[in-house]
Write a protein that binds this ligand. Structure first.
Ligand SMILES: [Zn+2]
Length: 65
């Protein structure tokens, strides 16, 4: 369990520092931004495709117990 917690922390840290790129203008988006600082594109529309791979990584961690 403690081992899994460390793995989870690694996944989340990697995720937070990973850069998102705006689909419209390729500006780099900071973690937590909900719209592009350059073109104002609403990023909430694509939040699912961003968050699903993270959810998959976490659930595969759960399954590997
Ligand atoms: Zn943009």
């Amino acid at each position: 369990m403690i081992n899994n917690k460390n793995k989870l922390e690694q996944i989340l840290l990697k995720w937070i520092y990973q850069q998102r790129i705006c689909n419209e203008c390729e500006t780099r988006i900071r973690f937590g931004d909900i719209e592009c600082p350059h073109c104002g594109l609403d990023l909430e529309e694509s939040i699912d495709e961003w968050i699903i791979p993270l959810a998959n990584q976490i659930s595969s961690l759960e399954n590997s117990k």
